[in-house]
Ligand binder design. Structure first.
Ligand code: RIB
Length: 296
């Protein structure tokens, strides 16, 4: 009997996204009309978990979703996607996360995430999830939960030789070399790459140079998501581009999450890196060219 595949463990946030379309982003002090409000489940962790489940991964989600109507809807959405929620905790101390999102005509977004139960994913919860993490095929994290918890989870996975994918989003602080040395795949976008390295990233060469800087700090592989240009996988000896197909851009929200979820699912399913990255680029491109319906 073949042994069952180990799960992809996604540790992170869930938010209810409240979104409106505007002609252009408002300037400070400016008021402008937007489209009718769209409400749909989001959050980088939940988005990544769902993207991975949609390509067939067996996914366990570790997070904290506040009680209340938004929280209930977020949990129902994860359940519907077939995600294991045995390590999800719920709290009434803080409300479930909410993300206020503006989408402009070019499909670009601006996002503000409110203070929420995502903050309650503490080191103690990570310790309670120790067995799950140690038995994972891949552990995938982002940075919408406390950094100490991200660090604790990565340390546990690394000690158990479980490959770690860290999507450093949002990127508000530099990452320590100790942390970078425990990360197998670091997946910033171009803005995050600049925030992490202090290096200007405009050209394809800039991407490779800044990514090399992170490798010199200890990261093993850097995969930079570069929007319409696709994704760039950088190791010490090689730079490989995975170009994105040309698509009409409608809604970029969660494109990076889709990429990360699908990529991690591919690694978990023992696909080659080239296969996993090509599929991730293709799925993220398809997502941004779709009109997504609100889900309540
Ligand atoms: O990456 C997109 C996500 O960022 C949104 O779904 C929003 O909730 C924020 O977490």
């Amino acid at each position: 009997m073949p042994s069952a595949r180990k799960p992809l463990v996604v540790i992170g946030s869930a938010n209810m996204d409240l979104l409106t379309r505007v002609q252009a982003f408002p300037r400070p002090g400016e008021t402008m009309p937007g489209s009718a409000l769209l409400q749909r489940p989001g959050g980088k962790g939940a988005n990544q978990a769902i993207a991975a489940a949609q390509v067939g991964a067996s996914v366990s989600f570790v997070g904290n979703i506040g009680t209340g109507a938004f929280g209930d809807a977020l949990v129902a959405n994860l359940e519907q996607a077939g995600i294991d929620l045995s390590h999800l905790e719920r709290s009434s101390k803080l409300p479930a996360g909410t993300a206020l999102i503006l989408l402009n005509k070019a499909g670009e977004n601006e996002i503000v995430v409110t203070r929420s139960s995502n903050e309650l994913v503490g080191v103690a919860q990570i310790k309670r999830s120790k067995q799950l993490i140690q038995g994972a095929g891949i552990v995938l994290l982002q940075m919408e939960i406390p950094l100490a918890s991200v660090q604790a989870a990565i340390a546990l996975a690394h000690a158990a030789k479980v490959p770690v994918v860290l999507n450093p989003a949002p990127c508000t602080k530099p990452l320590t070399q100790k942390l970078l040395k425990q990360v197998d795949w670091l997946t910033p976008n171009e803005h995050e790459l600049t925030a992490l390295t202090g290096k200007r990233v405009k050209t394809m060469t800039d991407v490779a140079v800044a990514a090399q800087h992170l490798l010199s700090q200890g990261a093993r592989n850097v995969v930079v998501t570069c929007g319409a240009k696709g994704a760039c996988w950088v190791t010490r000896d090689k730079v490989t581009w995975f170009p994105a197909p040309r698509v009409k851009v409608i809604d970029t929200v969660g494109a990076g999450d889709c990429f990360n979820g699908v990529f991690a699912a591919g690694l978990c399913a023992s696909k080659t890196i080239n296969q996993a990255l090509s599929q991730a680029v293709a799925r993220a491109s398809s997502l941004i060219s779709r009109v997504r319906k609100p889900v309540r």
